[in-house]
Design a binder for this molecule. Structure first.
Ligand code: ATP
Ligand code: MG
Length: 386
């Protein structure tokens, strides 16, 4: 793969490797940043691997955070940028097909690269830009292939999440999954049950956002890996999700496959995410019920409405954008709740909500102007029906 621009791409981070060297340690750029650099693509995170132990890393770089110290990872802060520095390690102690609780530090780079998931993720660069590639990752980058480091059956048996990561990287990069690797996924698919749903969802987020998401999702369904993952076990219809957010993608998946929104609970999404997805359905139902656009626009976020009208083709965006609402919230109404209560002259109860809603509707649909006099007249008129 192309190898230029090293200094430009890694900039100040190169000095960090040099500082480690001056203190007598080895240190390399590793993983995603090396892969993306060789592909000529931009990267944001720079991960560093070193033979310095976490305490030694912290002595060299005073400003640090113990991000994953039990796994040997320390985040260092240098000139306003942060870097994850992980001590060379192996992960021998796999139980229940998950990444291990404890790790063992090792003394050489080779062993550290051996424990990594895919050949394209198992390369390192030193401060001169010299590539260390013991698993032909560079060649697989050229051939656009996702292949495990060493025996795929063993690697998926150790940590079953790697199966989903194979689809994630195939989606991100638009690469094919090598045959032995794909067959091993088919054989070991059930082991994904042992992996926490949080880690699974995290990979799905990235998979759905990748340029090759459609092909990867089709391959994933074909491998049956999804049939052991809640919610996704009911998915067989997919589409390209590149232009959609994660919540929008889940909403579309639920609609396309007739999956109950309650199933989303199993994915342990945040309350905010669940609320968003349910909101999409509420907007959809309002359109189905022919609720006037003004009322929908008053109640919901404009971007969310755009998404729903675009997706279902309910109307043109322009029809929404030309609407100028006379009020955008209750606070804009020329009368207060206290005044409403005194005009209606009843003890407070659920009727307040009902009256407020009628009043808002009347103003939004231009039946009355938003002036105190008009509102008082309106309230007096409806008073007897409450
Ligand atoms: P991205 O740019 O999308 O974050 P990445 O390659 O940095 O891609 P991460 O999930 O951040 O991906 O992981 C960083 C590196 O750690 C990987 O490149 C890989 O070498 C290694 N790695 C991460 N998870 C595993 C795993 N489950 N098994 C083996 N190696 C892993
Ligand atoms: Mg990363």
């Amino acid at each position: 793969m192309v190898r230029n621009n090293f200094k430009n791409k890694f900039k100040g981070a190169i000095d960090i490797l040099k500082i480690f060297n001056q203190k007598g340690y080895e240190a390399y750029f590793v993983g995603g940043c090396v892969r993306d650099y060789l592909l000529g693509e931009d990267f944001s995170d720079i991960d560093i691997t070193t033979n310095a132990l976490p305490d030694e890393v912290k002595k060299v770089f005073r400003k640090s955070i113990d991000t994953g110290i039990q796994h040997g990872t320390v985040t260092i802060l240098v000139n306003g940028d942060s870097y994850e520095v992980t001590t060379f390690r192996t992960e021998e102690d796999y139980t229940n097909h998950r990444s291990p609780e404890k790790v063992e530090f090792v003394s050489n780079l080779r062993e550290d690269l051996d424990r990594r998931d895919f050949t394209i993720n198992a390369m390192a660069l030193d401060y001169n830009g010299k590539l260390f590639d013991y698993h032909n990752g560079d060649q697989d980058l050229n051939s656009k292939i996702i292949r495990t480091v060493n025996n795929p059956n063993e690697r998926f048996y150790e940590d079953a999440l790697r199966m989903l990561r194979a689809f994630r990287f195939s989606s991100k990069l638009g690469f094919e999954i090598e045959n032995n690797t794909l067959n091993a996924i088919k054989r070991n698919a059930e082991l994904i049950k042992f992996v926490s749903i949080e880690r699974i969802v995290n990979e799905f987020k990235k998979l759905l956002a990748g340029k090759g998401n459609l092909r990867s999702l089709e391959l994933l369904i074909d491998s049956k890996l999804n049939s052991y993952i809640p919610f996704f076990d009911e998915v067989d219809e997919v589409q390209d999700f590149l232009s959609y957010s994660f919540c929008q993608s889940l909403y579309i998946l639920a609609k396309l496959n007739n999956i109950s929104f309650e199933k989303l609970r199993d994915l342990k999404l945040s309350n905010k995410e669940i609320k968003k997805i349910k909101e999409y359905e509420r907007i959809n139902l309002e359109f189905i019920d022919n609720i006037p656009l003004e009322l929908i626009l008053y109640k919901y976020d404009k971007d969310d409405i755009h998404f729903i009208i675009d997706y279902f083709g309910y109307c043109d965006k322009k029809e929404i954008d030309i609407i100028n609402l006379p009020i955008t919230s209750f606070n804009d109404i020329a009368i207060t709740s206290t005044e409403i209560i005194s005009i209606i002259d009843k003890s407070p109860g659920p009727w307040i909500k009902e009256v407020t809603k009628k009043l808002e509707e009347a103003i939004l649909l231009n039946k009355i102007d938003n002036t105190e006099k008009n509102i008082v007249d309106f309230l007096k008129k409806i008073r007897d029906n409450i």
